[in-house]
Design a protein around this ligand. Structure first.
Ligand code: UDP
Length: 252
């Protein structure tokens, strides 16, 4: 039997939300099951999101995170924790992947998630903030062995692991069976809201693995780009000059 994929997506209302959720939903629809899409909103379930999910044809769970963030930079942290709690509580067995709604994903990515046994990571292509160039973030590999990292940003050099939120996935058993990986945890595995920007991923991953030897680089030699994190929205590139949209395009 194929391994289940557990895709976790925090989402919130903004102009392109319907576009993003439909786009991601249609990719997930093409992934052979079993796959469950855990979509997490804040405060309340919106009818618009419920509608997109219902029509997606993907098996999903629509969750709400009631923990309010005081820090605007948190972007989805508490929502991902809500999903982690849900996975743990219901012992959903599979490969957990944090797929933000605005990124671009190839089908090949979801195929390679199924190859992961414990913790997998791969390079993600992105646009460098303010530098007008494309960069990679993620592992440098020999076969599946991770032996280095693409590092670009001076301010982030101190990170232990240079991995994007959309550049790793892990086996859910790690959430409730700590002894399995010989790493007993005192506290539940969570994303932390007090972490400095850019350090969310490494802080989370440090709770899952000890070092590179416990990681699986994928695909072999990490030779292909399977998803893109363009950060277009945060720099306003999406909107033609003079456009300003407040509402979800679907709700106009
Ligand atoms: N997000 C959210 N609430 C927010 C901000 C972000 O649910 O207040 C979600 C967003 O929909 C996306 C993820 O968190 O799925 C990452 O957000 P964003 O794309 O803004 O972060 P970046 O890509 O810039 O790191």
């Amino acid at each position: 039997p194929k391994k289940q994929l557990i895709v976790v997506t925090p989402t919130y209302n903004r102009a392109l939300q319907a576009y993003y959720l439909n786009r991601l939903g249609q990719v997930l629809r093409l992934v052979p099951p079993p796959l469950v899409w855990i979509v997490v909103e804040t405060d309340a379930e919106s009818v618009e999101t419920a509608d997109v999910l219902r029509k997606s044809g993907v098996m999903y769970r629509h969750l709400v995170c009631t923990e309010n963030s005081t820090n605007v930079k948190d972007r989805g942290v508490h929502q991902r924790n809500t999903a982690l709690d849900h996975i743990k509580h219901h012992k959903l067995d599979g490969i957990v992947y944090f797929a933000d709604d605005d990124n671009i994903y190839s089908l090949e990515l979801f195929e390679s998630l199924r190859e992961i046994r414990r913790f997998g990571t791969w390079p993600v292509a992105m646009l460098a903030q303010g530098k007008n160039k494309a960069i990679l973030e993620g592992p440098v590999c020999n076969g599946s062995k991770v032996f280095g990292w693409h590092t670009n940003d001076k301010s982030k050099r101190l990170r232990r692991f240079h991995v994007d939120m959309s550049g790793f996935a892990f086996n859910s058993t790690i959430l409730w069976d700590p002894k399995r990986w010989q790493r007993p945890f005192a506290t539940p595995i969570r994303q932390l809201d007090s972490v400095k920007e850019g350090f969310q991923e490494t802080t989370f991953i440090e709770q899952l693995v000890e070092d590179e030897t416990q990681m699986e680089g994928t695909p072999p030699n990490c030779s292909r780009i399977m998803n893109w994190h363009l950060h277009l929205e945060s720099r306003g590139l999406v909107y033609p000059k003079g456009w300003l949209l407040q509402k979800n395009l679907d709700a106009i």
